[in-house]
Design a protein. Structure first.
Length: 297
């Protein structure tokens, strides 16, 4: 049992409130996963200024990121996670970190994305991340009750293994070991033993091959066995899908101002305009996807 929340804002006037709204949602599902919490925020220019790339890393305490030698490097420490931002491309920043600071694990990258992962109580971690003051247009969060792998920052959700991509998962994949071996044979390197990382790398692989987000998730439903509710985000997308028997809970709220998703309604109850929202449970194996321009599928 884990907790998932996500918010895709359609109304720019809500962008300054993204972090506060997301923190309120997260704190309503803490009982579903007290082990750890992870957050992804799109468009928070405090941590990823315009014209910069950002990379989120897990690294030993005291790591000197000055050795990267990058101009105008912005370093933000948030518990177990450090966010690095510089006026270079995401690929260049990731390569610099992996080459110069090999003890660091990259857990997120992009031009619009910052990721935070840590072990501890979700309420305390939200404060550590300064989530309430985050701004942006999209975000997601996850509280974890570990079942498939150890409770470590590396095992926390979200799993961000492609540029500006994230996946959070409630449930378990039964055949993840088989698909992991297939992906490893194709050259993918894993950072954890978590079954959810397999799903994230599968989706990232399909997106890298040119598939749209909704198609990538339909292919996941064809290949993966088990119980799952997934929320997947990209540079312009927000998508939800459940397994064939919809074992794990999920509810979606739509208004003209936002699309929100959560494991339980109480996480949505304090959103603005929720009384007039369209509320529904996603159907089994149907992909619900939205883009910044509108509904994709």
């Amino acid at each position: 049992m884990c907790g998932i929340v996500g918010l895709h804002l359609r109304d720019p006037e809500l962008y300054p409130q993204l972090g506060r709204l997301l923190e309120t949602m997260l704190c309503q599902v803490v009982e579903r996963g007290p082990d750890s919490a992870g957050v992804a925020v799109y468009g928070d220019r405090r941590r990823c200024p315009a014209g910069h790339a950002a990379v989120s890393v897990l690294a030993p305490t005291g790591t000197d990121f000055g050795v990267l030698g990058l101009p105008d490097l912005l370093v933000t420490e948030a518990g177990d996670t450090t966010v690095l931002a510089a006026p270079v491309t995401p690929d260049a920043l990731v390569a610099a970190v992996r080459t110069t600071v090999p003890q660091a694990t990259v857990v997120g990258s992009g031009t619009d994305l910052t990721v935070y992962k840590g072990v501890g109580h979700p309420r305390a971690l939200a404060a550590t991340y300064d989530l309430a003051n985050a701004q942006g247009w999209q975000g997601l969060a996850h509280t974890r009750m570990a079942t498939e792998s150890a409770v470590t920052p590396q095992g926390c959700h979200p799993f961000s293994v492609g540029p500006d991509q994230c996946l959070v998962h409630n449930g378990s994949f039964a055949n993840h070991a088989t698909i992991r071996r297939e992906l490893q044979a194709a050259g993918h390197v894993f950072d954890s033993e978590n079954d959810s990382e397999v799903g994230a790398r599968f989706v990232a692989d399909r997106l890298a091959q040119g598939e749209e987000l909704d198609k990538a998730l339909r292919l996941l439903c064809e290949r993966f066995d088990g119980f799952y509710t997934l929320l997947v985000t990209s540079a312009d997308g927000f998508a939800v899908v459940r397994d064939a028997i919809a074992c794990k809970p999920a509810i979606i709220a739509e208004t003209d101002a936002y699309v929100a998703m959560a494991s339980e309604f109480r996480a949505l109850a304090d959103l603005p305009g929720i009384a007039d929202a369209r509320l529904y449970e996603p159907e089994p194996e149907r992909v619900y996807a939205w883009t910044r321009e509108g509904v994709a599928a």
